[in-house]
Design a protein around this ligand. Structure first.
Ligand code: 13P
Ligand code: SF4
Length: 370
């Protein structure tokens, strides 16, 4: 029976894990690396920076959401194995021709932020907002969302952004229309718009759990930016107080955070940017630098190991772990590789063509503006 945990896409049967009774962790890694080498002309492995070390070690391409989308669009092998989360695999499927197959090794690897907006909620919000104002609203979605939402922005002449290109895309959107509807991450929207010079008073939050999003037509008319009430539970773990304390106790430490963090955290931090930005900044800073990072813990720990001449640590004393990224394990990878080898691929992420068409419009817009 087809198991579809995400509603909007179809995926075939969920893989049985390769049990520990069958193979030890060491044996799994050994066989998976051997199969990866054997299948090099058939598959490309993409890995997001938040993946664990034993998984990212398999990646042919490592990247932030933008780079992974760009690379997926140019693949010339039949299979992409995506070590990341569901919306990333969907994006790769939308950007590749129908004869390429995208595999998500563990179908349970979703994104809690992406789940904070669905198509019916967006349609409802759009109905209210476009009735409340006669000014043109341009919708922009963060790439962390289901394909149906990407399709929505494509149909409405909007675009998609990642944390690497949000400023460029929002700039474009506000040239196209008078108002911006940004979903699902209120923080990326607020942080980026504020950086671009839009005051907080010109932004309102639409909460899909409230009648008319909790807004009056007058509030919509007055606002320049309408932010969706969504957030990343991992980046919510960082607080402005952590930054303030660190700056007081260790003023020599540079604080760099991801723009999915709260507004106050980003304001207190020295710098903010995507995972690619954070990695580049760590690389550029001179030996001996002390850097506190506000993003997912696997990336922070990896940077700490890769740059032993710098002191690199998490801004938060608590584990800021993306539990869904964490689901992809070498056992699942090996099961995917075995299935590809047998020409019986499993855990394929396939977006239906009608949804894909709208989403492709918006993704192409994003890629051309990037
Ligand atoms: P980037 O890697 O694009 O900065 O995105 C971070 C993230 O949370 C992915 O879900
Ligand atoms: Fe989603 Fe946050 Fe995990 Fe990124 S870190 S995949 S936004 S839950």
């Amino acid at each position: 029976m087809a198991l579809n945990l995400f509603g909007d896409t179809s995926a075939n049967d969920h893989l049985p894990p390769i049990l520990e009774e069958e193979l030890s962790d060491e044996q799994v890694l050994k066989e998976a690396h051997k199969l990866k080498a054997e299948l090099k002309d058939k598959m490309l492995i993409l890995g997001h920076h938040y993946q664990q070390d034993d998984v990212i070690g398999f990646a042919d391409v490592k990247g932030d959401s933008l780079k992974l989308a760009q690379d997926a669009a140019n693949i010339d092998v039949p299979y992409i194995v995506f070590c990341g989360v569901h919306f990333m695999a969907e994006t790769a499927d939308i950007l590749t021709p129908p004869d390429k197959k995208v595999i998500l090794p563990d179908l349970r690897a979703g994104c809690s932020m992406a789940d904070m907006a669905d198509r019916s909620q967006i349609d409802k919000a759009w109905g209210f907002l476009t009735t409340a104002t006669t000014e043109k609203i341009v919708p922009v979605t963060y790439i962390n969302c289901a394909a149906t939402l990407k399709s929505f922005v494509g149909e409405k002449g909007g675009s998609i952004c990642t944390s690497s290109n949000a400023e460029k895309i929002i700039d474009w959107a506000l040239e196209e229309g008078e108002k911006l509807l940004f979903f699902p991450d209120q923080h990326l929207g607020r942080n980026t718009c504020f950086k671009m010079g839009i005051p907080l008073e010109d932004m309102v939050v639409y909460d899909p759990n409230k009648f008319n999003g909790g807004l009056t037509p007058e509030q919509v008319q007055k606002a320049k930016v309408i932010l969706w009430y969504g957030y990343c539970s991992v980046h919510q773990g960082f607080t402005a107080e952590q930054v303030r304390n660190l700056k007081k106790e260790r003023p020599e430490v540079k604080v760099i955070v991801h723009p999915e963090c709260n507004f106050d955290v980003v304001q207190e931090a020295h710098e903010a940017g995507s995972t690619a930005y954070i990695i580049n900044r760590v690389r550029e800073l001179p030996a001996g630098s002390k850097i506190a990072i506000g993003t997912e813990i696997n990336l922070v720990n990896r940077l700490n190991h890769e740059f032993p001449d710098k002191e690199i640590f998490s801004l938060s004393p608590y584990q800021c772990l993306c539990t869904t990224m964490y689901r992809v394990r070498p056992r699942w990878l090996l099961a995917s590789f075995r299935a590809i080898k047998d020409d019986k691929p499993i855990n394929i992420i396939k977006v239906d063509e009608v949804t894909a068409r709208g989403a492709r419009l918006a993704l192409d817009k994003m890629l051309s503006l990037s």
